[in-house]
Design a protein around this ligand. Sequence first.
Ligand SMILES: *[C@@H]1O[C@H](CO)[C@@H](O)[C@H](O)[C@H]1NC(C)=O
Ligand SMILES: *[C@@H]1O[C@H](CO)[C@@H](O)[C@H](O)[C@H]1NC(C)=O
Ligand SMILES: *[C@@H]1O[C@H](CO)[C@@H](O)[C@H](O)[C@H]1NC(C)=O
Ligand SMILES: *[C@@H]1O[C@H](CO)[C@@H](O)[C@H](O)[C@H]1NC(C)=O
Length: 201
Amino acid sequence: MANANPTTQSPVNPTRFKLMKLIIFVLLALIILVGLTVLIIWLTIRPRKLVYFIENGSIHNYNLSNGNHLNATYNFILSAHNPNKKVSIYYDKVDINVLYDDETISRGTINPFYQPKRNTTRFKLNLASHDVVLLDPIARDIKEERSSGQLKLHVKLKARIRFKVGVWKSRHYRMKVSCAPIMVHFSSSKGFQRTKCDVDF
Ligand SMILES: *[C@@H]1O[C@H](CO)[C@@H](O)[C@H](O)[C@H]1NC(C)=O
Ligand SMILES: *[C@@H]1O[C@H](CO)[C@@H](O)[C@H](O)[C@H]1NC(C)=O
Ligand SMILES: *[C@@H]1O[C@H](CO)[C@@H](O)[C@H](O)[C@H]1NC(C)=O
Ligand SMILES: *[C@@H]1O[C@H](CO)[C@@H](O)[C@H](O)[C@H]1NC(C)=O
């Protein structure tokens, strides 16, 4: 910054110059104060990503007709973990899709819920395919995997969530959770490999 001394030959009126200096000083102080406040709030809240797992999964009542109509029921245990110490979450809408080869074979929802800080909530997802018509190549793939005793599924969640910090509630955010590959075994004696999901919002 130029080190102009108002008592020398400056053309600026000295009282006006002092006023400008004061205004600039106050503005700078305000900017620093706001910046520090935001930093402190951020450090105390420090939002962390939500963590999802498919803890268990199984398939029952599988029947694929020659006309490529699929019937089956799927049971999954989904765990939703909120690691945040200051942030709780409203889940206002949660849609579930089960896919095979990028084709949706079952849909469901989770009822709206509120998740406190540092909380893990487990959901039993009971889903089904009722006479779902599959494309030929997809039906072929499923039959082939069926004969090997397991099916590779993909579970996707789409949620509308809000964050709550103290009494403040955020706007709505869209969150996508993608869990794949989920290997479900037709034989219940085979163990399930817990699957971590990707979270995106
Ligand atoms: C997964 O579910 C199956 C059947 O529902 C059950 O027998 C098995 O114990 C469960 N495994 C775990 C790790 O919870
Ligand atoms: C599968 O469904 C077909 C037609 O609905 C039926 O005839 C057949 O018995 C079923 N198979 C099994 C294993 O349930
Ligand atoms: C699927 O279930 C429906 C009844 O829920 C039945 O009418 C249909 O034949 C079944 N299809 C197969 C392939 O099992
Ligand atoms: C998580 O929150 C739910 C809903 O408030 C509550 O029922 C459950 O007991 C909590 N679980 C843990 C581990 O705190």
